[in-house]
Design a protein around this ligand. Structure first.
Ligand SMILES: [Zn+2]
Ligand SMILES: [Zn+2]
Ligand SMILES: [Zn+2]
Length: 478
């Protein structure tokens, strides 16, 4: 079996931590360490008719599989490419009368692939499906119940003429899906659309301050270097967003991934001081005052969630403004409660096309983020991009162009030049550069041209604000 492009990494075992991935050569920021196609992947139940089942792109018009009437594809090319993985599924769905849920479909795809290829290592995989971790023994009562229900539905769906696998292996597969299922996003990375299993990626351990990032690009995940990496260095990715206190991150990791994070940033609680910053200077607020404002912020965030769920965006704006008034005299510029409100306020105000106020909040948010995040963090890049677009829409061309350039530099590393979002940013960078030049020469002409440009605006980076967080790395229940 060849390593199929996996020569640059090696699996190693450490005591206590289990397996990990190690670099075999030097990498520079932005280098693709490896690109891995899914071992198996499926579209989420709610999106099966709007997302292509092969390339996971969102498309206006999709072709339906004439046989099962369940699968959808961009075109003949995607449909042909799908057939090897869809053939068994297609006839099983016809036989079963309807398609089962995403977890069952994914388990079945994994087992059909094992039936085709036999067990053991498959092409380009460093570990086999049997060797992946399942954490079933750490499952709570509810999770165990769900697992049993999934196995039962699976057995109803699995055709009798296919290879019959033991109960232990079937449970193992569902355990693997539950702790290693990787979230796939649409081509612009704005929405989670499916879940897949990537055996090599699963070997990378977590670090809250990782040296790698993962991005789904053109049907494959890419592991990309964020720093210079030397041969022998462990390769790490972060399973959670860094923008939480170390204690909150550790709690989330324990709950969703069953381990205690021992990374440098958690052990030393690095950056926690910034995330809890309080206004300095003469009018330093009292500890009670800080406590009160933080509690008020937490309550407001809950109210905002409810209002957002009901689409009451003007109410969200009001809640944000009131909260900011309370926070501003007390909390420091990098305090996460302040940053969370600023982020929501700028997002919702942009959606409501109140760009000037949105730009002001976005600027303060980005200034805070830049002090907290790793300089090559993908979430930081996306936030800077949104802030840039907001400034541009507000007619603040100089700041807008600056932010778009900054975002472009980050995304070149985290997403790479061929990713659709990076390409969008490149277009915006060229456009804003031209506008900036025009602005500097002739302000009147600039405003005329900007009006025309905004009318033809096709770049979609501002989806409706939703309560869904940005697609998280692994497909996990909250
Ligand atoms: Zn497609
Ligand atoms: Zn079909
Ligand atoms: Zn950590």
């Amino acid at each position: 079996m060849t390593k199929g492009g996996m020569e640059s990494v090696e699996v190693f075992t450490t005591e206590g931590k289990g397996r990990g991935l190690k670099a075999q050569k030097e990498f520079l920021p932005g280098d693709v360490i490896f690109a891995e196609p899914a071992y198996a992947a499926v579209v989420f139940d709610s999106l099966t008719h709007v997302i292509c089942h092969t390339c996971f792109k969102r498309q206006e018009r999709l072709h339906r599989c004439g046989q099962c009437k369940f699968a959808y594809y961009c075109d003949r090319t995607c449909q042909r490419a799908a057939w090897l993985n869809h053939k068994n599924e297609c006839s099983a769905i016809k036989r079963h009368g309807k398609a089962p849920t995403e977890n069952i479909r994914l388990a079945a795809r994994i087992l059909w692939k094992m039936e085709r290829e036999g067990s053991g290592l498959s092409e380009g995989c460093l570990v086999s499906i049997e060797e992946l971790q399942n954490h079933v023994e750490s499952f709570g009562e509810d999770e165990k119940k769900e697992l049993r229900a999934d196995v039962e539905s699976f057995l109803e769906f699995w055709p009798p003429h296919c290879q019959q696998f033991g109960m232990q292996l079937i449970s193992h597969i569902f355990g693997v899906i539950s702790c290693n299922g990787f979230t796939l996003s649409d081509q612009r990375g704005l929405q989670a659309v499916g879940v897949g299993i990537f055996p090599n990626l699963c070997q990378a351990n977590h670090d809250c301050w990782p040296n790698c990032t993962v991005v789904f690009n053109n049907g494959k995940i890419e592991l990309r270097a964020l720093n210079k990496i030397s041969p022998g260095d462990e390769l790490t990715v972060s399973y959670v967003d860094f923008l939480s206190l170390s204690e909150e991150r550790r709690k989330q990791l324990k709950k969703q991934y069953y381990f205690d994070c021992m990374c440098e940033h958690c052990k030393k609680q690095l950056k926690d001081d910034l995330m809890l910053a309080v206004k300095a200077g003469e009018s330093k607020p009292s500890a009670d005052m800080v406590k009160e404002v933080i509690q008020f912020s937490k309550d407001t965030l809950e109210k905002i969630n409810e209002a957002r769920m009901e689409g009451q965006y003007h109410e969200v704006v009001k809640l944000c403004r009131d909260c900011l008034k309370k926070q501003e005299p007390v909390l420091g510029d990098t305090n996460i409660y302040l940053l969370r409100i600023l982020s929501i306020a700028s997002e919702v105000l942009s959606y409501l096309q109140m760009f000037e106020e949105a730009a002001d909040y976005a600027k303060r948010m980005v200034d805070g983020y830049l002090k907290i995040y790793h300089p090559n963090n993908a979430q930081l890049g996306m936030a800077v991009m949104r802030a840039g677009v907001t400034h541009w829409h507000a007619g603040l061309i100089e700041a807008g162009h600056g932010l778009i350039c900054k975002a472009y530099a980050i995304l070149l590393i985290t997403h790479g030049p061929s990713h659709p979002i990076t390409k969008d940013l490149e277009v915006m960078r060229v456009q804003t550069e031209m506008e900036l030049r025009m602005f500097q020469q002739n302000e009147f002409m600039y405003y005329k041209m900007r009006e025309a440009a905004l009318k033809n605006q096709k770049i979609q980076v501002m989806p409706e604000p939703s309560n869904e967080n940005a697609p998280s790395l692994f497909h996990k229940k909250e």
